[in-house]
Design a protein around this ligand. Sequence first.
Ligand SMILES: Nc1ncnc2c1ncn2[C@@H]1O[C@H](COP(=O)(O)OP(=O)(O)OP(=O)(O)O)[C@@H](O)[C@H]1O
Length: 589
Amino acid sequence: MSDRGSTLKELRRLIPYYRASRLPLLVAGICALGAMMAGLTIPLVTQKIIDGPVRTGDVPGLIWLVLLVFGLGLAEAGLLFARRQLSAPPNNRAEAGMRAALYAHLQRLPLGFHDCWQSGQLLSRGVDDVATIRRFMTFTLIYLVINSTTIVVGLVIMYTLAPLLGLVVTVCLLPLVVSSYFYETRYRVVARRAQDQAGDLATTVEESVLGVRVLKAFGRGKHLRAHYLRQAADLRESGLRKLAVLALIWAVIIALPGLAIAAQLGVGAHGIATGSITLGTLVAAVTLTTFLTWPVESLGWFLAEMNSAAAACERFGEVADTAPSVTDPAHPERLPNPVRGEVRFEGVRMRYPGAETDVLSTVDLTLSPGETVALVGATGCGKTTLTSLVPRFYDVSAGRITLDGKDIRTLALHDLRGRVAVAFEEAVLFSATVRENVAMGTDRPTTEEEVREALRVANAEDFVDALPQGLDTPIGEQGLSLSGGQRQRLALARAVIGRPSVLVLDDPLSALDVHTEAEVEQALRRVLHGVTALVVAHRPSTVQLADRVAVLHEGRIVATGTHRELLDSSTFYRTLLSTVDENLEVTAR
Ligand SMILES: Nc1ncnc2c1ncn2[C@@H]1O[C@H](COP(=O)(O)OP(=O)(O)OP(=O)(O)O)[C@@H](O)[C@H]1O
């Protein structure tokens, strides 16, 4: 994992993001090489000046050579400027492309993936890691290539000028090669650890911000702060370890150019005394070595950055390479128009990945078009699981679910989810206006009247109109500025705005007080009319919304019928409802 081969392999995944920018990058590379050549030529002209006009007193010749040095300096600066101008847009485009690709991929990945990943880890990969990669591509990679090439070309020139002086520099550079090898393997491991720890830290911050009410209510702020400080200390520890590894190679790198120059002066002075080299050659060689100082010194830093970028690519890839398990079929079938809304569960079995037992073993249930079925069962029996199979948040492990006779796995996800709307037990809202939150329930443009109609249905219009900016009131992160009942009514409005054929409601009334619940129920009766609905119900009042009740027990539907029929015929149902009533009473007290 941490060898050079895998570093390059990780970095190779960046290629697709740069494919469209090949030409500007090629020209930028040529500019960079040109700048390097201009810089490296200056010591050669210096040699000509010393061994020519300085020795012979040829003033006009000196002027031309000085002008040449001046021109070379200007060319170097101009080419570096052009290089930067050319490479910046492709790098920014690639960074935006990676972020967009990761974001789109996260949307495609099924809930099963999100169940297993901490959001802070995803956040740090989409933000920090992508920025690390962009920094590497914008600056590090270019200079790594330019500086390595400069060192090689500089050495070749040095050997051409005076092989002995070239040999002296090569010998001085050898420790660098050896320590780079040990350094890279060690640094990559620490860099990866630090990046993972940064993700964990982001998760803690995110959770404590989102759960600030719980923390305050239970006075757990101190406890979480201690946890945060421990994680921050681990991250700092890894940062220090990175620095310790870096310090070793820095010490070697910083010492080398000085060592090389000292050795060159000694050997060169002896060469001049014996007449084997000229003064101009020695000055050129020393200037060349000085010119190589920055490329050599920067190598350690750039290798560190390269390893951080490789670790970032690896972390990016762990998400980007996860294949979505819930996907569109190769040749989607089309739903009939209009959709009637018959939903049928046929021998549905469901086991969560990694679980040892099935949550649902054989569920058989048919919802006729326009029918509302309440799903009841003991807590943890799999009601939410069953409802989440209809919009394909998860796929069945066996059996099938059909919509108007078509297996939902043969439909395009977009088509299916356009017909099936969902409201959850916990209303999830976004940092946007009321209007935007409601309109999120459909992917087609909506008019104000449609938004208002949806709010009316969900009994939310009055409270929305009373908000400071009405429909355009921003409701803050997760809608925490609203009451639980208000949030739930907005979520219901969002569910009905797209005029779905099938509604899946995971007990969205549970957060409402008795008065509000009655109001929303009344509104829901209107919206449930003509729509097929599967409603998870914990309260008898919710059950009474339904035409029929299905009882889920030990992974199977054990009874169906109207509320009255089941009260008369099923002891289990009576027990279930009385338990719920007792719980409600306990809660009310
Ligand atoms: N993402 C998941 N991964 C693994 N197991 C899960 C997952 N979600 C739920 N489970 C398990 O599946 C079982 C059924 O959970 P589910 O939420 O469907 O029950 P429920 O009937 O809706 O419960 P409640 O009435 O309390 O809301 C539980 O044992 C739960 O621990």
